[in-house]
Design a protein around this ligand. Structure first.
Ligand code: GLC
Ligand code: GLC
Length: 821
């Protein structure tokens, strides 16, 4: 069953009823000010850091779900039809009174919620103007009935006292710190401004207010919820000024509408920082300095300025997405690739894993491996920002080449609580750097001076950071010559040194055993892939002597994998801290894992001798389901002390045999490495969210974005998704589809076009911007093959090989490719 539909032309997903299985969310903001917004206007906003600069409150784990957010109430003040309620929410929540019509459109950086209740239609458009740290709620009300309507509009937001963690925990202090100011109808939230903060939030409106409230319990009334505030029920706010307790911003506006008349009200919720030394106005007082903010408020209270900002936002997204557009025989691939996948990748770029319906914004900062992998997908969209991200990541690297697992976006410093010791982390940086270099050709990146652990004076060239990252693995080899796993590798839950038997202990940070035995075959595969990238980087950077050293390391690691990492029909996963294999026929449970099959074949292992094919056949036979490919089989049926968190999950969920979507594209890529385009694309379709729209009752998450996990075969809810939006699945699915299935792959010397498509396709076309040139690519497949370029023409001229040279004149170029035997 569906809850909406794709509107491809308008680049929106249209949700047709408010009671979706879960809140279906969108993101507002793409630079510094961000908000999550659901299809009923739930969610919250923050400035740069979802934990440290939270602007509005949201209660995760609440019942009903998603009932706090951007609240608007409409109330009849005059006579009304008997069928009309006294008050309702035009976005359905929080009042949840049935609406006569409802529609939510999630678009690129904006959401529009339209509804009708009796004769009153409402449309609210939410967005964040580019370059601003504020969000706009642009409300239009229309009276489509035959008699005048007299309405009250109430808007409300619950302020968060900045640090979202503290806000949830430290009530003995927080219930006494809240402070606001109200001036000219603008509500300012200034908790802690008197002391060390120089920032405040504000809630403004384009209309004169009939009144306001800033103390939550005054607006709601004692023991009442947001679904029936006393002020809305009675039609009267109290002009309360919050002192301590729970500061809110609630505004009351009166509206009279003649039949057929409409009106527009603009609400502005924003964040503002004052220059140090200019906090107060007049100086020496305790009154907020609003001089710098006033012009911004004056600007956005004007509807035509709001319109201009909205158009600019559309143009920004046009510019980004036009860098890569495809037209294949598959509408679901087209829809996701041309729009939603790119859009989702920008969310993962901006937010890493910080804030979603499943990530509370107080847990994780920017993950080292997560952001490095995200970069593989989005680098062509925002190369300049990718560069900055690369340098930020590298600056959190440790002198030994290792990396903090996460860093805090506001401070850009490594997160000490989680520390380091995830032995895969540094290698992903090499993959990310290579992706950036191939996309841009910007070799100067490698000479950028970057510190270690954010410590001034320790700077070396980025190239050396990458060398140290490789070295980090080689300095940590185990008994079989394979990389030691440390706390964990990509699979955070494979904790082979952890041995945790204390409830509540974090698997990620608990003290580990010495860790000199447990090894990872996956990490060996990743090391090989990273070494190959490093060889490419060294050549590009004219460091030819280094190439020899890297090649030697590659040969030794390959030998180690074949000696100890091959299980007969597939690659093993690891060796535990007793030196016993994990992911082997010898095991009772967890005999085969997806990760090493993908990674080792991506690194080229076994392609020539057929072992890659055997491994992938094992994946098809043992791990593939119609909902995607399982992480492992058989699932762990109980907790194993020596395996850690992976066996903490009930079978079928998360790393314990869930469909961890992030890993599926590795298998797609691996399939293209052995030329099986049909199967590669079949796997692509299984997790493509658009294809799962039909089964929204089962899938439950948004049908326009990838989810981290779909419940596996062993779970009672096989096929149900969780953790949508912020997942490496987005970048990897994009890489698998565009670079390996469509085969349009940036390389140092140019743009490789080497597709591996379904044999049933008669071809496809694509438009790709690459190093300042735009390529119109047409691929024909008259013989019905999967792979093999028989002919390539650039601007009508035959070109040998499959790489379009990077040094063509700037401008547009045509590329024609014929596949064939
Ligand atoms: C989560 C983490 C990611 C990890 C994966 C597998 O998605 O964000 O870093 O690799 O889980 O455990
Ligand atoms: C848990 C999750 C895993 C995630 C990790 C990091 O272990 O299962 O997916 O990567 O937490 O916070």
């Amino acid at each position: 069953m569906r809850y909406g539909r794709f509107d491809d032309e308008n680049r929106e997903y249209v949700i047709e009823r408010p009671d979706t299985p879960l809140p279906w969310v969108n993101y507002l903001g793409c630079e510094a000010y961000f908000g999550l917004i659901s299809n009923t206007a739930g969610g919250y906003s923050f400035y740069r850091d979802a934990r440290l600069r939270r602007i509005s409150r949201f209660r995760y784990n609440n019942a009903p779900l998603d009932a706090s957010g951007r609240m608007i109430y409409l109330r009849h003040e005059g006579e009304r039809e008997t069928s009309d309620p006294l008050f309702w929410s035009p976005a359905w929540q929080p009042v949840r009174r049935p609406l006569d019509e409802y529609e939510c459109r999630h678009g690129l950086g904006y959401t529009v919620i339209r509804s009708r209740q009796g004769a009153i239609t409402s449309s609210i458009r939410y967005f964040v103007p580019l370059g601003e740290s504020l969000e706009i709620w642009d409300l239009t009300l229309t009276n489509i009935g035959g008699r005048p309507a007299h309405l009250s509009v109430f808007s409300a937001i619950e302020f968060c006292l900045w640090d979202a963690w503290d806000d949830l925990t430290n009530y003995q202090r927080n219930l006494s710190t809240g402070e606001v100011e109200v001036e000219d109808g603008v509500i300012y939230h200034k908790t802690e401004y008197r002391e060390r903060r120089n920032h405040f939030a504000y809630f403004a409106c384009s209309r004169p207010l009939a009144g306001f409230d800033t103390q939550r319990e005054v607006f709601l009334g004692p023991y009442r919820g947001w679904d029936s505030p006393a002020a809305v029920e009675s039609g009267r706010v109290s002009n309360s000024i919050a002192h301590g307790w729970q500061p809110i911003g609630a505004q009351h506006v009166r509206v009279d509408l003649q039949p057929g008349e409409d009106t527009r009200i603009i609400f502005l919720l924003g964040y503002h920082e004052n220059p140090a030394g200019e906090k107060f106005d007049p100086p020496g007082s305790q009154t907020l300095n609003k001089r710098h903010l006033r012009p911004v408020l004056d600007h956005y209270r004007q509807p035509e300025k709001v319109e201009t900002a909205f158009l600019a936002l559309g143009a920004y997204w046009d510019g980004l997405l036009s860098r890569f557009q495809v037209n294949t025989p598959d509408e679901h691939a087209n829809r996701i690739l041309n729009l939603w996948n790119g859009y989702q990748m920008m969310a993962t770029f901006n937010l890493s894993r910080a804030a979603s319906s499943f990530e509370s914004g107080i847990g994780r900062g920017i993950g080292f491996r997560d952001s490095s992998q995200d970069l593989l997908g989005f680098v062509h969209l925002v190369p300049e920002r990718a560069r900055e991200r690369l340098l930020d990541l590298a600056a959190t690297q440790l002198p030994n080449g290792g990396a903090y697992h996460q860093y805090q976006p506001l401070t850009k410093r490594g997160n000490h609580d989680i520390g380091s010791g995830f032995n895969d982390d540094p290698l992903w940086l090499i993959l990310a750097a290579a992706a950036y270099l191939k996309e841009t050709g910007d070799v100067r990146l490698l000479d950028e001076r970057v510190p270690y652990d954010g410590t001034p004076g320790t700077e070396t060239a980025l190239y050396e950071h990458l060398q140290r990252a490789l070295r980090f693995t080689l300095d940590r080899l185990g008994p079989h010559g394979l990389p030691l796993i440390g706390r964990a590798d990509w699979n955070d839950c494979l904790n082979l040194n952890c041995f945790s038997d204390t409830p509540g202990e974090s698997f990620q940070t608990t003290a580990n055993r010495d860790g000199n035995v447990a090894e990872s075959v996956f990490l060996a595969g990743l090391f090989l892939l990273a070494s190959q990238e490093m060889i490419g980087i060294a050549r590009f950077h004219h460091r030819l002597p280094d190439v020899e050293a890297f090649l030697l390391a590659v040969r030794e690691m390959e030998n180690a994998v074949w000696k100890a990492g091959w299980d007969g029909q597939w690659f093993r996963r690891a060796f535990d801290s007793f030196g016993r294999p994990v992911g082997s026929q010898e095991c009772d449970e967890g005999q085969i894992f997806i990760e090493p099959q993908g990674m080792c074949v991506m690194a080229g292992l076994g392609i020539v001798d057929g072992r890659a094919r055997a491994a992938l056949d094992s994946v098809a036979a043992r791990l593939a389901t119609s909902h995607g490919i399982l992480l492992l089989q058989p699932a762990y049926s109980r907790y194993y002390l020596h395996l850690g968190e992976i066996s903490s999950y009930p079978p079928g969920y998360k790393e314990n045999a869930g469909i961890f979507c992030h890993t599926n594209p590795w298998i797609m890529i691996a399939e293209t490495k052995i030329g099986r385009g049909d199967l590669a694309f079949d796997y692509y379709r299984r997790i493509n969210p658009s294809l799962r729209e039909e089964i929204s009752d089962l899938h439950r998450c948004e049908p326009y974005v990838y989810a981290q996990m779909i419940a596996g075969r062993d779970a009672p809810s096989h096929g149900e998704a969780k953790n949508s939006w912020l997942t490496g699945s987005a970048a990897w699915a994009h890489v698998a589809m565009t670079q390996w299935i469509l085969g349009i792959r940036p390389e140092y010397e140019g743009l490789r076009i080497d597709p591996c498509i379904p044999s049933s396709w008669d071809g496809f076309s694509a438009r790709r911007t690459f190093r300042g040139r735009t390529f119109q690519i047409v691929v024909r497949n008259p013989d019905g093959v999967c792979q093999g370029v028989a002919e390539m023409k650039v601007d009508g001229v035959d070109v040998p090989g499959v790489v379009v040279p990077a040094d063509l004149p700037e401008g547009d170029h045509s590329v024609e490719v014929r596949l064939g035997r």
